[in-house]
Design a protein around this ligand. Structure first.
Ligand code: SF4
Length: 382
């Protein structure tokens, strides 16, 4: 077992290692839209979108986003609702909110120019060490090695490094290794090559060592343990959550959405509805432990006390599964056909068929789909 992948490479080996990896990247790299530019704004956007999101899923969002907000100024000046609408479906909406806050800071403090100093970049909301190193190296050629989960996996396999890579000591040692491997003449291509190797051939499952340009240097492959590295971290236990949601529908097909919740808690309970709806427009929704219809009726009575009882009007509209980090959620949408949708302060009425076009979480989108499906199967009696 090794502590550091770079210790196995002497001067000549390091030259060969760099040459082979860069040569492979330059020949086989995927053609991705953010690779056709050196614009730091676009590189930054792609890096934020790629956090928690696969490349294929991010591409259409990236293209729509840069079409609507082609630069930092347009993003900074846009209504937040429009930014969230374009992000809608990608999840982890704090990324979009931070992106816009950071754009506003870049306009206010840096005259709209993406900063070039590490400390200025790190001061922007939503940007950590990895993202800062990626933007500065790719856009400006700064000699900064990136280290994210993909690169860490490659390094762990190259050096046959065991243990929890996310432990601070381990991570620092991996960063030193990444720094020592960095090709100083081409930091942009180098970092992208390391990431590309981790995203393609050296993927989490079944690394394709036969095609790997640096296989001859890989201790994990030589020892036959590459597939089991990095060692698995213990996952947080899954928590089951059940939510009941009320989908009003009037004769014109209008429904009721509650406004984005305010005053979010930093550390929320597993069934904290404002967290689960990603601080966005949502149907009246409640975490339930007992009888869902009864719980939901009592909740509706609380927020719209003008009507005595809702329970008899709640019609189950299926059961939908949804997952948010460690939570396994069962969604229970209930339809309520109403002549007139009750008024709730701050709420809005929109056609149910248009809900998916609004800035909403995937959870709310699934509730809307289930309700529309139930309506198709059981249209209103005339
Ligand atoms: S040889 Fe295999 S395990 Fe080693 S870096 Fe290449 S793809 Fe990854």
């Amino acid at each position: 077992m090794r502590e550091c992948a770079s210790t196995m490479l002497n001067g000549r080996e390091l030259v060969t290692f760099r040459k082979q990896l860069l040569g492979w990247f330059r020949q086989f790299q995927r053609d991705l839209p953010w690779r056709r530019t050196k614009d730091p704004y676009r590189i930054w956007l792609s890096e934020i979108m790629l956090q928690q999101t696969r490349v294929a899923a991010a591409i259409p969002y990236y293209e729509r986003f840069v079409e609507c907000f082609p630069d930092v100024h347009t993003l900074a000046a846009a209504p937040q609702e429009e930014v969230l609408r374009l992000w809608s479906g990608l999840g982890y909406y704090s990324r979009a909110r931070n992106l816009q806050k950071a754009a506003q800071q870049i306009v206010a403090k840096h005259a709209g120019q993406f900063p070039k100093r590490m400390e200025d970049v790190l001061a922007l909301p939503g940007i950590g060490t990895y993202t800062a190193a990626a933007i500065l190296s790719i856009a400006f050629g700064e000699k900064l090695a990136v280290l994210d989960g993909n690169v860490a996996r490659v390094l762990a396999r190259l050096g046959a490094i065991r243990g929890n890579l996310r432990q601070p000591q381990h991570w620092q040692s991996l960063q030193k290794t990444a720094d020592s491997l960095l090709e100083p003449k081409s930091p942009s291509d180098w970092n992208q090559a390391m990431m590309e190797l981790g995203a393609t051939l050296c993927a989490p499952k079944s690394p394709q060592c036969l095609l790997c340009p640096v296989a001859q240097f890989c201790e994990g492959r030589k020892l036959g343990i590459a597939n089991s590295l990095p060692e698995k971290r213990r996952k947080r236990a899954t928590v089951e959550v059940t939510l009941a949601a009320a989908v009003f529908i009037d004769e014109k097909g209008q429904t009721l959405l509650l406004p984005p919740p305010k005053n979010m808690k930093e550390k929320a309970a597993a069934d904290h509805v404002p967290t689960l709806v990603s601080k966005m427009w949502h149907f009246p929704t409640l975490a339930v432990t007992g009888e869902p219809a009864g719980n939901l009726a009592a909740f509706l009575h609380k927020i719209m006390s003008s009507v005595a009882s809702w329970k008899s009007q709640l019609v189950p509209a299926g059961r939908v599964r949804h997952a948010v980090t460690y939570r396994a959620i069962t969604l229970l949408p209930f339809l309520i056909r109403a002549k007139k949708i009750p008024r709730v302060p701050g709420a809005r009425q929109v056609p149910l068929t248009d809900v998916s076009r609004l800035p909403i979480s995937n959870l709310t989108r699934k509730v809307a789909h289930a309700a529309l499906e139930a309506l198709t199967l059981a249209p209103a009696k005339r």
